[in-house]
Ligand binder design. Structure first.
Ligand SMILES: NC(=O)c1ccc[n+]([C@@H]2O[C@H](COP(=O)([O-])OP(=O)(O)OC[C@H]3O[C@@H](n4cnc5c(N)ncnc54)[C@H](O)[C@@H]3O)[C@@H](O)[C@H]2O)c1
Length: 303
């Protein structure tokens, strides 16, 4: 297939691009390199077509993707804390930029797999979270993704095939440090023999899903006959931040304890996916186990 990945030099986008190239698909990568890095595609640089391009540049985007069969829309501003201070930028990229992709899909007739987020649910009182739970984001970032989901609804009614995947917490090597998730931050500290830093009491729970599993969910969504859906992409397993800190410390062999700082604004208490719909619609199952991945990725320190 002829495929495009927006945000393809970013964390998820680069794994996804490599996943597609390895399966013989031709891939156009679109990214303005805001947080993405072209080095993330070093393994496959000669096998892809790369365009340094902002998704807000509609006409240029149109030219680049006019012959694709499908597009994976990963490009976004993705940092919850930053979204409180840069609301207009977040709205422009995550809402208007996404609408550009949907508009082009309508005009040119390709399928869209849209990277949504568990943040659209906000601070739910019940876990695991099902797709039909109320969407009530508590950060501007989550709010922009909810607005993008409304656009997915609108454009699907206009005939666009669009599957929105609501990613939970994704982990893997290569997240950019400034925007890194909690696992990357803990690992960065551990590699310097420093304690992981927990915001709040550490009893908040998350659902950590491995980035290659997310790439495979995207691919299955593109291939599936399903033309419109919102689907959770997580593991269904709750891990508290305290448990995560213990796992990271134990994998390193260091004798240290985590440090606690103040809770973060907009930090959700419990976020765990019900993944029955992904199993049913996409025949998808996460394969990588967090504790095994940490154990093989973190070098054991000799004290
Ligand atoms: N990583 C996670 O845990 C997670 C969880 C839920 C949802 N998501 C969503 O998955 C997608 C990928 O996230 P990620 O973790 O890889 O983030 P990332 O920051 O590594 O990737 C985003 C990419 O989009 C690019 N980009 C930003 N603005 C752009 C613009 N205007 N035009 C073109 N490119 C632009 C960036 O340069 C970057 O390469 C995002 O849509 C994000 O909201 C990620």
């Amino acid at each position: 297939m002829n495929l495009a990945v927006t945000g393809g030099t970013g964390f998820v986008g680069s794994y996804l691009t490599e996943y597609l190239v390895k399966r013989g698909h031709s891939v156009i990568v679109i990214d303005n390199l805001h947080t993405g890095r072209i080095e993330n595609l070093n393994n496959i640089r000669t096998e892809i077509e790369f365009h340094k391009l902002d998704i807000l540049e509609y006409e240029k985007l149109r030219k680049v993707i006019k012959n694709v069969d499908g597009i994976f829309h990963e490009a976004a501003l993705t940092e919850v804390q930053e979204s409180f201070t840069k609301q207009k930028e977040y709205y422009d990229v995550n809402v208007k930029g996404t609408e550009n992709v949907f508009k082009l899909a309508k005009e040119l007739g390709f399928k869209v797999i849209f990277a949504s987020t568990s943040s659209v649910y906000g601070d739910t009182k019940k876990i695991p979270i099902k797709e039909n739970f109320e969407r009530k984001p508590i950060s501007p970032y989550g709010d922009t993704k909810l607005q993008a989901e409304w656009l997915a609804e609108k454009y699907s009614k206009l005939g666009v095939n669009v599957i929105s995947l609501r990613y939970f917490n994704i982990y893997g090597k290569g997240q950019s440090s400034a925007y890194a998730g909690v696992i990357t931050k803990f690992m960065e500290n551990i590699l310097k023999s420093k304690p992981p830093i927990i915001n709040g009491d550490g009893l908040q729970v998350r659902d950590f899903v491995y980035v290659t599993d997310v790439a495979r969910a995207n691919f299955l969504a593109m291939k599936s006959k399903v033309n419109y859906a919102f689907v959770n992409v997580g593991t269904g397993k709750a891990v508290s931040i305290l448990q995560l800190a213990d796992m990271v410390i134990n994998s390193s062999g260091l004798k240290i304890r985590p440090l606690h700082l103040e809770a973060l604004e907009g930090d959700i208490r419990a976020s765990v996916a019900d993944i029955s719909l992904a199993r049913k619609l996409l025949k998808w199952e996460p394969k990588t186990k967090l504790n095994e991945w940490l154990a093989k990725t973190i070098p054991k320190k000799q004290e």
